[in-house]
Design a protein around this ligand. Structure first.
Ligand code: AMP
Length: 409
């Protein structure tokens, strides 16, 4: 699936390109069509799955197609913390860069000036409001905000919001919103109290669930920051270590798999490529050789990452950073099966750093970036928050964003 399949507005596709997103993640594939169809939704997805873009993209698309006069305070996103509100706002800024859509983030604390600034920004009317519950209630109680045109309510990290004691506050906020609206709830977990909340505030919600199992403790995870031109040399130097007797190498496309297969054979390594162009019989034969350990190196795309259960694989190499954080978990799960240990090494080039940061967010820990072996030269610096893409430095947003920030709630 590609982002084109959602028929997104051209301006949004430009924003996606400048953010370096090429393919929707699992939660995006599932949630975006439902949100575009105006369905209420309960989505179970953790940080790192691409959940923020899963709700922002369809909302931005819908706002682009809303007449100017009805855009005022179109979408309210409630976030448990200032940090999350800021992150969401940054993604609106990135994805909506070419759309001219403005957002305001509103969180508590601050002095009288900040308070007035927030009130004014709300009265001027940004399209998307990202707010923490406490400050939003205070502003609502002053009677200054009119949510008459509100079309979308999104609760992000709803379970955290309830853990922080915001249940009643959320219900209070809902009283100020039109009954005719689309309600979307995202939560990392689905305890009964979240279901209760969802059933109270949403109408016949659809459900999507991206459940992730964490990588096994037995996997030693490592990464290298490496330019594409250095990757082959790095790989052969890793494979020179005799302890790696059974290895799977993942490449992102079958063309890359075939190319790498040739290159490894040229340097005298015993490897075979596994991809969808092979006959079923050929695939079975390759897997048999790999299982019996007569074939030490198997190169494949993600079709290898799910399902194949071979014992004794002691190294998984991600020759390309997996696009989808979940694919990472599936890929590295090929090693260290059944309580054994294994090593998983990921190559991160200059363009894939954001993807790698998403993987780290999903698994909830930082993966050590090892120095390149001697003789390979310097790899790229790690800057996962850098914007990439063809247009990122050329164009200016059509409209200046309003931004209101004050101290933490
Ligand atoms: P989230 O789960 O919303 O916290 O997103 C985690 C990270 O994944 C963020 O850094 C996003 O910028 C990134 N991300 C979201 N969607 C995609 C995508 N389709 N392709 C690549 N990166 C993405």
């Amino acid at each position: 699936m590609t982002f084109q399949d959602f028929n997104f507005d051209e301006k949004l596709l430009e924003g996606l390109a400048s953010m370096g997103y090429t393919k929707p993640t699992a939660i995006q594939e599932q949630a975006i069509p439902l949100i575009l169809q105006n369905k209420d939704l309960i989505a179970c997805a953790q940080t790192g799955t691409g959940k923020t873009a899963a709700f922002l993209l369809p909302i931005l698309h819908k706002i682009i197609n809303t007449p100017d006069k009805q855009r005022h305070l179109n979408t309210l996103i409630i976030s448990p913390t200032r940090e999350l509100a800021t992150q969401i706002d940054q993604q609106v800024e990135g994805l909506g860069y070419f759309t001219g859509i403005s957002s305001i983030s509103i969180y508590g604390g601050g002095d009288g000036a900040a308070w007035n600034q927030q009130r004014k920004a709300l009265e001027d009317g940004a399209e998307i409001i990202i707010a923490t519950p406490g400050r939003l209630i205070a502003l609502l109680q002053m009677g200054k905000i009119n949510f008459a045109h509100l079309k979308h309510l999104i609760l992000d990290e709803a379970d955290r919001m309830l853990d922080m004691g915001f249940y009643d506050d959320i219900l209070k906020i809902i009283k100020y919103l039109p009954a005719e609206r689309q309600t979307i709830l995202f939560s990392a977990t689905m305890p009964p109290k979240i279901r209760l909340l969802a059933n109270t505030i949403a109408k016949n919600p659809e459900q999507v669930n991206i459940s992730i199992s964490k990588p096994s403790e037995g996997i030693l995870q490592q990464a290298y920051l490496v330019f594409d031109a250095q990757k082959l040399k790095l790989l052969t130097s890793i494979l020179a270590d005799e302890k790696y007797s059974s290895v799977i190498i993942f490449a992102s496309t079958k063309e890359n798999v075939k190319k790498l297969d040739k290159e490894l054979k040229q340097v005298g390594l015993k490897a075979k490529a596994f991809h969808s162009d092979l006959e079923q019989k050929e695939r079975e034969e390759i897997l048999r050789e790999f299982k019996s350990k007569s074939l030490p190196i198997l190169i494949g795309t993600d079709i290898l990452s799910r399902g194949i259960d071979v014992e004794g694989i002691n190294l998984v190499v991600n020759f390309n950073t997996p696009h989808d954080p979940e694919d990472y978990i599936h890929r590295i799960g090929r090693t260290a099966r059944a309580a054994t240990t294994g090593v998983a090494i990921t190559f991160i080039n200059d363009k894939d750093q954001r993807k790698f940061a998403a993987i780290e967010a999903l698994i909830g820990k930082e993966i050590p970036k090892l120095p390149l072996p001697e003789g390979l030269g310097e790899g790229p610096a790690y800057q996962p928050n850098r914007r990439v893409g063809p247009d990122s430095f050329k164009k200016k947003p059509f409209k200046k964003k309003k931004k209101v920030a004050s101290k933490q709630e």
